[in-house]
Design a protein around this ligand. Structure first.
Ligand SMILES: Nc1ncnc2c1ncn2[C@@H]1O[C@H](COP(=O)(O)OP(=O)(O)O)[C@@H](O)[C@H]1O
Ligand SMILES: [Mg+2]
Length: 287
């Protein structure tokens, strides 16, 4: 059984999940291969399954990435599915989830080329401390914090950002400095564990905790966020942060290439490997 792990030709940072996954797949009798989204080589046609894992640089050329994902999906089973990848790559999905009743970090969205005034957004929304970031992003790319004291710099940053891409503004969630951002790891229909992440803005390194047991409230939130995706997706990460009233808000629903912090929680690794083997077998049977 040949199972491709979607990655990039040069990882911007090491992927601690990767070796664990390769070893565990081999131990389970599969033949894992790495498949880089930005590699010019043709996509092998003898794959039983491709699971995206560390395609972390895709935001640098989302159109090329989506085209690659389409091509993979045309020769094998791609998980998560290509329509989910398409939907999830642009953070406008947050607005859709909010419209469906899921609390998200309050967000103002802007299209590329729009003439947006940071001062108006901050005064209209009563935001005194904000984050500006791209809507197609990963790894804190072009993600910066501004306050009224740095308004001029923030306005320039926003204008430069919107010249090239869609962007978004959010209030800075101060809880990330205290209890941190929580990543709820979801594998094959179940929340397996959670991880606490400390804040990370442009170019900083990420620092993460040991595996934590999700609270019932976190599990319920993750389950709500995954409504409609639970039978179609193999893996997900639901990143949440508490607002000033202590309520959970969605920061990101990561359905493309989230780190799953498998090293911190071996049962999650086994759950992922078992579900990958099952999907590869079922794809092979129906081929
Ligand atoms: N509204 C916010 N309040 C506080 N911190 C934020 C906010 N938005 C982003 N950050 C910080 O920037 C990091 C990257 O932003 P995120 O929205 O997770 O995008 P991505 O992971 O796609 O780069 C977060 O992990 C968090 O540390
Ligand atoms: Mg993130």
């Amino acid at each position: 059984m040949r199972i491709a792990i979607g990655t990039c030709s040069t990882l911007p940072e090491p992927d601690p999940d990767q070796q664990l996954l390769l070893d565990a797949l081999r131990a389970a009798g599969a033949e894992p291969v790495l498949l880089a989204w930005d590699d010019e080589a043709p996509i092998p046609t003898d794959l039983d399954l491709c699971v995206l894992r560390s395609t972390w640089t895709y935001y640098l050329d989302p159109e090329r990435f989506l085209d690659w994902a389409e091509r993979v999906a045309s020769v094998t089973t791609l998980l998560n599915p290509v329509d989910v990848i398409n939907w999830n790559h642009h953070k406008n999905y947050l607005a859709e989830l909010e419209a469906n009743g899921l609390p998200i970090i309050p967000t103002a969205f802007f299209d590329r080329g729009e003439n947006a005034s940071l001062e108006s957004v901050m005064s209209d929304r009563s935001w005194l401390d904000v984050i500006i970031k791209p809507t197609v992003s990963a790894s804190s790319f072009l993600t910066k914090r501004f306050t009224p004291e740095t308004m001029a710099e923030g306005q320039q940053f926003l204008a430069d950002l919107l010249q090239d891409r869609d962007g978004m503004i959010q209030p800075y969630m101060t809880e990330v400095d205290h209890s941190g951002e929580r990543s709820l790891v979801w594998i094959d229909g179940e929340v397996t564990h959670s991880i606490r992440k400390s804040p990370r803005l442009a170019d900083a390194d990420e620092s993460v905790s040991e595996a934590l047991t999700p609270t019932p409230q976190e599990t319920e939130f993750a389950t709500r966020a995954m409504r409609g995706f639970e039978t179609r997706c193999l893996y997900a990460r639901i990143d949440v942060v508490r607002n000033d009233s202590g309520e959970l808000c969605l920061s990101e629903l990561e359905l493309i290439e989230p780190s799953l912090f498998l090293m911190q929680h071996p049962p999650a690794l086994h759950r992922l490997v078992n579900s990958m083997i099952r999907e590869a077998q079922s794809a092979r049977r129906s081929a």
